[in-house]
Design a protein around this ligand. Structure first.
Ligand SMILES: [Fe+2]
Length: 265
């Protein structure tokens, strides 16, 4: 399976601090079944923004360390780009890295508390540049808890969505978990990401989350989001969506907690 969002490059952002920590995170992800990772450090507009060359160099360094440690994992470069109005201009100037540096898909992060008014304009301008925006962890943005219809609008315009696996464990609160499950149930998730920043205290968190994703999706759709869609990023292929998404609320989903489950913990 392929993880398209993690912070494993040492010393570049608030993720891994050392190469040793990186190897620890990568081992954990591999044990969970994530054998291909797109490393996506935070890139934020500003005077000391992280340059693409620094990311590419760090990826080479990590690839070498992983090979020496004998961990069977592939690493590709990427970035988690924090949205700003001039994003498309920066793309044109070659300053922002796309996912796997293949020039087709760009991972975009929004502020957690408020959706900026220029989001639609930026998505549109990125599409004009020939890129497909991939929204990082939509289930975590507070405004969308109350307005999930915006996700349907975006999806119908060709925006793709990456789920943070750990949202399913409740790490980001019950509302994120609920939105994550609703999105999976509505087939509104196109990719999976661990968003790992450090070695996890809970060794099985990603494995359990992957099991939950399997429960909520049919086998074919699971294969699409965990393997085939991210593979299409790596192979510079287009991901076709049918453009008629709709929200399917959580009530009748497979694996819903039954009344007596409430007493188990
Ligand atoms: Fe992230």
């Amino acid at each position: 399976m392929i993880d398209i969002h993690c912070h494993i490059l040492p010393g570049l952002d608030d993720g891994s601090k050392t190469l040793e920590e990186t190897l620890g995170i990568v081992r954990q992800l591999q044990v969970a079944g994530l054998e291909t990772l797109i490393a996506t450090p935070h890139v934020i507009e500003g005077t000391d923004f992280l340059r693409a060359e620094e990311i590419l160099t760090a990826v080479e360094q990590v690839r070498q360390a992983i090979a020496e440690a004998g961990i069977p994992v592939k690493i590709f470069p990427g970035a988690e780009n924090y949205i700003f109005p001039d994003m498309a201009k920066w793309v044109r100037a070659g300053k922002l890295l796309t996912l796997a540096n293949t020039g087709n898909y760009i991972l975009v992060e929004l502020p957690m508390l408020e959706i900026p008014h220029y989001v639609d304009q930026v998505f549109f301008e990125l599409q004009v540049e020939g890129l497909t925006p991939v929204l990082a962890h939509p289930e975590r943005y507070r405004e969308l808890f109350h307005e999930p219809e915006r996700l349907v609008e975006w999806a119908n315009k060709g925006i793709l969505f990456q789920l943070d696996l750990r949202s399913l464990s409740g790490r980001y609160g019950p509302q994120s978990k609920r939105l994550a499950e609703t999105m999976l149930n509505s087939h509104l998730i196109h990719f999976l990401g661990s968003d790992a920043h450090r070695v996890s205290q809970n060794e099985s968190v990603d494995r359990e989350a992957l099991q939950r994703v399997r429960q909520l999706l049919d086998e074919e759709t699971f294969e699409e989001v965990a393997v085939k869609n991210p593979q299409r990023i790596l192979e510079r292929e287009i991901i076709m969506t049918n453009g008629d998404y709709e929200l399917k609320i959580i009530e009748n989903i497979k694996g819903k907690r039954r009344f007596w489950d409430l007493f188990r913990k």
